[in-house]
Design a protein around this ligand. Sequence first.
Ligand SMILES: *[C@@H]1O[C@H](CO)[C@@H](O)[C@H](O)[C@H]1NC(C)=O
Ligand SMILES: *[C@@H]1O[C@H](CO)[C@@H](O)[C@H](O)[C@H]1NC(C)=O
Ligand SMILES: *[C@@H]1O[C@H](CO)[C@@H](O)[C@H](O)[C@H]1NC(C)=O
Length: 318
Amino acid sequence: MGGAARLSAPRALVLWAALGAAAHIGPAPDPEDWWSYKDNLQGNFVPAWSLCAVGKRQSPVDVELKRALYDPFLPPLRLSTGGEKLRGTLYNTGRHVSFLPAPRPVVNVSGGPLLYSHRLSELRLLFGARDGAGSEHQINHQGFSAEVQLIHFNQELYGNLSAASRSPNGLAILSFFVNVAGSSNSFLSRLLSRDTITRISYKNDAYFLQDLSLELLFPESFGFVTYQGSLSTPPCSETVTWILIDRALNITSLQMHSLRLLSQNPPSQIFQSLSGNGRPLQPLAHRALRGNRDPRHPERRCRGPNYRLHVDGAPHGR
Ligand SMILES: *[C@@H]1O[C@H](CO)[C@@H](O)[C@H](O)[C@H]1NC(C)=O
Ligand SMILES: *[C@@H]1O[C@H](CO)[C@@H](O)[C@H](O)[C@H]1NC(C)=O
Ligand SMILES: *[C@@H]1O[C@H](CO)[C@@H](O)[C@H](O)[C@H]1NC(C)=O
């Protein structure tokens, strides 16, 4: 399929469809090849992506908070950066805004439902064409203007993301919901400053950033809900522990606007906003939702150390 990647996108699709129909089995496509939810591609046209169509532990889902089982034994989330600032590349993939951390420093997350230490491999940002829609997950049937996903792989068991994504307990994704409001989360402000975001206006544009403090992405205090699901992009592997942070972040309407001005296409092609490329909701069925907040005492129980991020072992102060 090496040649298919160099074909124009629609022709590559036709080729995959033809291969699939002729043989019912084709070479595994590279998930980095072209696809788009906007064009209603659910993965059922490529045999290797069949989980996207038939899987029963798929993501994203609508989380009804009253269905979440309270688990008082869930430990707090822990973030480890070795005391170093994060650096990496902000990238317009043509489908998402993506931040790819440099190989050093290693950023680890553990705690919560995670029994293993997971290494950060990508920060992904999804957003909508209008406020209040654009997140992949929903809470109580409600969408948000954006969703930030921190994608990690199990570094204790696997050597890299692609091996982990095919294996049990392979991936952990932390999701943050984002509202448009008068204030802005200080980590997201670095990514969305005019100086930065205008450097990735078109597909494949990339811009190097450093001196980032990932802990500033996290709300001061928060609870979370966790469930077992899948990648929300092909091949939709069902190896993901999702952790949804239950306190939304804010960005300003100006920052939101600058996101919607990013194009899915290179500059030579027609402008098509990157917005609205999240995957549609998938059935939760009878999967368990587990949370660390006691729904009977929502406020009283969210102030202790369990509701703070612990950075490099110590609770963080700002
Ligand atoms: C991340 O986790 C691995 C394995 O648990 C550990 O060896 C490494 O020191 C951790 N990295 C940091 C920066 O703490
Ligand atoms: C990922 O790990 C697997 C198994 O350990 C290995 O075969 C593969 O080459 C690695 N892939 C990359 C991109 O390093
Ligand atoms: C987000 O904005 C709302 C409304 O202005 C405010 O009530 C809330 O505290 C803000 N959230 C954060 C995390 O700053």
